[in-house]
Design a protein around this ligand. Structure first.
Ligand code: GLY
Length: 409
């Protein structure tokens, strides 16, 4: 057999050949090149956004549109500040300022963050963290502007109104009241960062206690035995009993919607950062184990929109889920004994995104990544660029950079 005829002296040559043909995902991500691409794209997205805003401002219905969200039939779709995605574009601008230190980026970030600020009093949604923390929270981290601090605190007070001591959770949605009485979605874990931060800024532990109660109750009720997460848990508002376990944006109630698993991973790693509660670390590791070992996870580590989607491998991917997972894995790698594995997998995700899912210069009206899936069951935003994919991609790149060169971080 040919294999047996390989001589010892040929081994070094063979090893070089294998290394040359191994997928480049195994390399460290090229953060500099990725930011160069992100800067070119975002300059274009800024231009496109200004044009679309000017057009929208001509009609009374459109003059509240503030941030780009996605492309719809090839056209840029802007959203109002109340949309859950409104904070991601200002967040991208802050990340570019963080990387380049260029005051033009800072000024644009300030301008677009200001358009989101009024959400600080909007108690009609749980998405406060996504909207305010990803925009004004980033602004505060980078500038220490006391006005931003006030906005974060007021937003945390507003979000706290959605917490009920009877259920122990922050209510997510107010819509579909015929279907759910007190629904909580796994995505809501992401809003806890704003609450933890508000306690750090004020010394008022009430925000911290709400966040911990929400994280503990979610840990008890949202997860299956294999550590995959349901999307929606409906609670009895009076007794806190679980009424329903649903997966609204996934393939079926018992399937694992990819972005939901990403929110869970990122959410518990972040909760460990603020609390140092080992139960949160264990939870994040268990969720990471589910994600990384799942047979439905493709080789390039950019998941299909649902791990159990029936048509795999002919199902749309969700680049946004990979971006959130990569960012969460970098954070987790800072706390876990599985550090090396998590960094390697996060690196591989970023490399895949940067090689196969990235927009070509000038394409996608300036969004950085393509190929995300918003909600397949609603036939909405399938295989498109989406602002939150870009946001978590840049956040993950910055986390990667800090791990490579912590002194610059
Ligand atoms: N938070 C909504 C979503 O992930 O689609």
């Amino acid at each position: 057999m040919a294999r047996l005829m390989i001589k010892k002296k040929h081994l070094p040559v063979l090893l070089i050949l294998v290394a040359l043909h191994a997928p480049c995902y195994a390399q460290k991500p090229n953060v500099k090149k990725a930011f160069q691409q992100a800067e070119i794209q975002t300059l274009q997205l800024l231009k496109e956004t200004e044009l679309a805003k000017a057009e929208a401002d001509k009609s009374a219905a459109g003059n509240d549109l503030v941030s780009p969200r996605t492309l719809e039939n090839g056209k840029l779709k802007l959203v109002a500040s109340k949309d859950w995605t409104s904070g991601f574009f200002p967040g991208v601008l802050w990340f570019l300022y963080e990387y380049y230190g260029n005051t033009d980026w800072r000024d644009q970030a300030r301008k677009y963050s200001a358009l989101i600020e009024k959400e600080k009093t909007n108690a009609g949604t749980h998405d406060m963290g996504f909207k305010i923390y990803c925009s004004i929270g980033a602004g505060y981290r980078l500038t220490k502007d006391p006005h931003y601090k006030d906005v974060i605190i007021e937003s945390a007070k507003t979000l706290s109104k959605r917490f009920s001591p009877k259920t122990g959770v922050i209510r997510s949605w107010d819509h579909n009241q015929d279907k759910w009485k007190n629904p909580v979605i796994i995505d809501n874990m992401m809003n806890l960062e704003l609450l933890f931060e508000a306690t750090q800024l004020t010394g008022d532990s009430s925000f911290y206690k709400i966040a911990v109660s929400h994280a503990n109750t979610t840990m008890k009720n949202h997860f299956r035995a294999d550590y995959s997460s349901y999307h929606v848990i409906d609670y009895d508002p009076e007794t806190g009993a679980v009424l329903k376990r649903n997966t609204h944006q996934g393939y079926s109630h018992e399937s694992a919607w990819a972005r939901g698993q990403a929110w869970a991973l990122y959410g518990y790693a972040m909760c460990y950062r603020f609390t140092k509660d080992p139960a949160y670390l264990k939870q994040a590791e268990n969720v990471a184990g589910f994600i990384l070992n799942h047979s439905g996870m493709p080789k390039d580590l950019v998941p299909y929109w649902d791990f159990n989607a029936p048509g795999i491998p002919n199902e749309p991917r969700d680049a946004s889920a990979a971006a959130v997972m990569a960012s969460g894995l970098y954070e987790l790698s800072g706390y876990s004994k599985n550090s090396k594995l998590y960094r390697k997998k996060a690196d591989a995700m970023l490399n895949s995104l940067g090689m196969k899912y990235i927009s070509k210069d000038g394409d996608n009206k300036g969004f950085i990544l393509g190929h995300s899936t918003g909600s397949k069951p609603m036939n909405s935003e399938i295989d498109v660029p989406i602002s939150y994919a870009d946001y978590y991609y840049l956040e993950a790149l910055l986390r990667c950079k800090r791990l490579i060169a912590p002194e610059q971080g």
